[in-house]
Write a protein that binds this ligand. Structure first.
Ligand code: ZN
Length: 387
C-alpha cells in the first residue's frame, strides 16, 4: 500500500529535505483527492455492488500502517476497482494539487496586483520645494515627492530646467506648479516629457488668482493655503483612492498647523495696522497685506527687482528717503535674490537703524517645514515692529 502514496518519482530523488517535501506532498495527494472523491456515506453504500467494500475497509483498517481516517475509503476504492482506478485517482490527485497550487499562486499574484492598484506610492513632482513640502505632509508615506526648485542660493525667477527635471516629470503621476509665470519653465518641461495619465495642477488655478500682474508669491497667502491642501488631498485621493481618508486627515492637520502663523499675523494686524514698511521684492506681499501693513516705498521698485531690471533713479531716491527718514518701520529683504541695488538698500537700512527681516522665496533647508519657515519669518516681522 505504501506504493500508492509515494508521489511522483522526482520527489524521492533529492536528499533529506526533498524527502520531507515528498512526504508532505504524499499527504496532500492522499488527502485531497480522498476528500474530493469520497462519496457521501449513503450514496456510497448504494453504489457499492456488495459488502466487499466494507470488508476491504475493515481489513485495511486493521492491516494498513496509514492512520488517516478519510484514506480508508480511498484505499477500499482502489481495492475494489483495481489498478486503473488507482492510477486515475493518483493522476486526479496530482491534478488537484497542481490546480490548487496554481490557483493559490494566481490568487497571490492577483492580491498583490490589487494591492498595488489600490494602495500605491504616488510619484509627485512639485515645481518648488514649498509646494513639495506641503504635498509630502499631506501624502505622507503614500507619496514620493521631487521638488525642482529647492536651491536657497538661486533666483527661482531665473531658473533654467535640467535634463534631470525632465526625467522626473516623465514618470510623475501628479505635477504641482505655482503658475502666474513664476514657473513658466514647467510648460516647456512638461511638453518635452510627455507622460500619459499625468495630472498637472497649478496653485494659480486652485486659488483662482486673477487680475493685472498679480503677485506670484502666493504661498505667502497663509489664509488661502487650506484650499491648496484640500486640492492636493483630492488629487492624491483620485490617484490613490485607498488612502483618501489619510490624505483628508493630513490636510486637516496641515490646516490646523497654520494656526500659530495666522495668530501671529492677526497680532501684527491688531497692533501695527497701517504701519509703513518697505520690501525690495513682492515676496512677502501677501503677508504684508494680511498683517494690515502698508508699503511705504514705490511698488515699481520691487517690480523692477522682480523683473531683473534696474529700478528708476526716482524710485531708488524715494526708497532711500523712506529709510533715512525712518518713515518705514521695517525692511523686508529678499535674502535669496540680491543684487547691487538691493545690497545698497540693505546697507542704508542698517545705517539708518531700520530693522531688517530676511525673507526667502523657497523653503530654506534650515527650517523644519513650510509652517515653521513662515512662522519664523512672521515672528521676526512682529519682533522687528516692536513685538
Ligand atoms: Zn520672487
Amino acid at each position: 500500500m505504501a506504493r500508492i502514496f509515494r508521489g511522483p518519482p522526482w520527489l524521492g530523488l533529492a536528499g533529506a529535505p526533498m524527502t520531507i517535501m515528498a512526504r508532505l506532498a504524499e499527504r496532500i495527494v492522499a488527502t485531497v483527492p480522498t476528500m474530493i472523491m469520497r462519496p457521501a456515506p449513503g450514496r456510497y453504500t448504494q453504489r457499492s455492488p456488495s459488502n466487499i467494500l466494507s470488508a476491504s475497509l475493515t481489513r485495511d483498517v486493521n492491516d494498513s500502517h496509514y492512520r488517516y481516517g478519510t484514506q480508508y475509503v480511498t484505499v477500499a476504492m482502489y481495492r475494489h476497482w483495481g489498478d486503473s482506478a488507482l492510477r486515475t485517482h493518483r493522476r486526479a490527485g496530482w491534478l488537484v494539487v497542481v490546480c490548487a497550487t496554481t490557483l493559490s499562486l494566481a490568487l497571490t499574484a492577483c492580491s498583490s496586483a490589487d494591492e498595488s492598484a489600490n494602495s500605491k506610492t504616488v510619484t509627485v513632482v512639485a515645481a518648488e520645494n514649498f509646494w513639495g513640502d506641503i504635498v509630502s505632509q499631506i501624502g505622507g508615506a503614500h507619496v514620493k515627492v521631487t521638488s525642482i526648485i529647492s536651491d536657497p542660493n538661486t533666483d527661482p525667477h531665473e531658473y533654467e530646467s535640467s535634463a534631470q527635471n525632465a526625467a522626473s516629470l516623465a514618470t510623475a503621476d501628479f505635477v504641482l506648479e505655482n503658475g502666474l509665470g513664476y514657473d513658466a519653465f514647467m510648460d516647456k518641461l512638461l511638453a518635452a516629457s510627455p507622460h500619459d495619465g499625468r495630472d498637472v495642477l497649478s496653485v494659480e488655478k486652485i486659488l483662482n488668482v486673477t487680475g493685472d500682474n498679480p503677485n506670484p508669491h502666493i504661498w505667502y497667502d497663509a489664509a488661502e493655503l487650506p484650499k491648496v491642501a484640500a486640492a492636493i488631498a483630492g488629487e492624491l485621493g483620485h490617484l490613490d483612492p485607498t488612502d483618501q481618508a489619510a490624505f483628508t486627515a493630513n490636510a486637516q492637520t496641515f490646516d490646523q498647523s497654520l494656526q500659530p502663523l495666522l495668530s501671529v499675523i492677526a497680532t501684527i494686524k491688531n497692533k501695527y495696522h497701517g504701519t509703513k514698511i518697505a520690501f525690495t521684492e513682492r515676496v512677502p506681499g501677501y503677508l504684508v497685506d494680511a498683517a494690515g501693513l502698508v508699503l511705504g516705498v514705490p511698488a515699481s521698485f520691487a517690480q523692477s527687482v522682480e523683473d531683473g531690471s534696474d529700478p528708476s533713479p526716482s524710485d531708488t531716491a524715494a526708497f532711500n528717503a523712506a529709510l533715512t527718514s525712518k518713515t518705514v518701520k521695517v525692511l523686508l529683504y529678499n535674502s535669496q535674490v540680491t543684487d547691487d541695488e538691493t545690497t545698497k538698500i540693505k546697507q542704508l537700512a542698517t545705517s539708518s537703524g531700520v530693522p531688517i527681516v530676511g525673507v526667502t522665496e523657497t523653503l530654506p533647508p534650515t527650517d523644519r517645514d513650510f509652517q515653521a519657515w513662515q512662522l519664523r519669518q512672521a515672528q521676526q516681522l512682529l519682533t522687528a515692529l516692536g513685538g
